[in-house]
Ligand binder design. Structure first.
Ligand code: 2AM
Ligand code: CA
Length: 259
């Protein structure tokens, strides 16, 4: 396809992620400023912004022809996925970061002409790193994840924000049918957990590309599916509804949303 050295891009992204993780852990010992964006549950801190700036500067220095679409502002200049685009969430799960000091992630999906080539989701406090390069499988801390095996809805653990049942009653049916429901508050980690087989599906009615890019690239490597509620492919350019699932239950889930 091209002579781009994806292993080098992947290894470099991991090196920077690890450095950014160290920075975030150090900031947790100090105070940082928190502000709300559009909603009371949509928080941003100066740490989110500093991590995005860190990646922006590194990318400009090292890969000047790559572009960055990051949650904290740099998305504004990216309107297409031509060439190489890094889709970054500097902290996914900011509410967890602020309130719980755990269960948040740095999430990166690196795309080439719209195709996900590298996926990285890093659980900063557990030091658990989910990674992939297209066609080479997915890994947790360097150990290959097994391809997903067949399951059924009544044996599945699904993940979504419990409050959404009040907004969308179609989720009720899934609650009744599934073995269990969990809610962790970081889309990137929840999608990585679907890839790892810890969850069988993750569902959200409103996510941005930086929430799902890294996880979706990783999930594909183990045979998982990520689409919107209509079962259609994600554009990675706009906010959308979202289902990441084991392939054997993906159809059962999006069928519920067609009703
Ligand atoms: P964030 O922490 O980076 O904002 C929580 O249920 C998940 O949804 C998190 O991954 C969170 O990402 C994301 N999220 C929270 N508010 C959102 C919003 N207004 N639009 C899109 N995604 C959001
Ligand atoms: Ca974020």
């Amino acid at each position: 396809m091209s002579d781009i050295n994806w292993k080098l891009v992947h290894d470099t992204a991991i090196e920077w992620t690890s450095e950014a993780g160290q920075y975030i852990r150090s900031k947790m010992k100090e105070s940082f400023s928190v502000s709300t964006k559009a909603h009371q549950d949509d928080l941003v801190t100066d740490v989110d912004k500093a991590v995005e700036d860190f990646f922006k500067n590194k990318i400009v220095e090292t890969f000047p022809n790559h572009r960055l679409m990051g949650e904290e502002g740099s998305y504004e200049s990216v309107k297409d996925l031509e060439g190489i685009v890094w889709i970054l969430d500097p902290i996914d799960g900011t509410v967890n970061f602020v309130h719980q000091e755990s269960f948040f992630a740095i999430s990166i999906g690196i795309f080439h002409e719209g195709i996900g080539m590298v996926g990285i989701v890093y659980d900063v406090m557990r030091d658990e790193l989910f990674t992939s390069i297209k066609g080479n499988g997915a890994y947790i801390n360097g150990n290959q994840i097994k391809p997903l095996t067949k399951t059924s809805l009544n044996e599945s653990i699904l993940s979504f924000n419990h409050g959404w049942v009040l907004k969308d009653r179609r989720l009720e049916e899934l609650v009744k049918e599934a073995r269990a429901i969990r809610c962790y508050g970081s889309a990137a980690l929840e999608i990585a957990y679907v890839a790892a087989g810890r969850l069988d599906a993750y569902i959200s009615f409103n996510l941005a590309p930086w929430d799902f890019a890294g996880g979706s690239v990783i999930l594909k490597e183990v045979g998982g599916l990520a689409t919107n509620y209509e079962g259609k492919e994600l554009t990675f350019l706009d906010k959308d509804t979202f289902i990441a699932a084991n392939p054997s239950i993906h159809h059962d889930i999006f069928e519920r949303f067609l009703k």
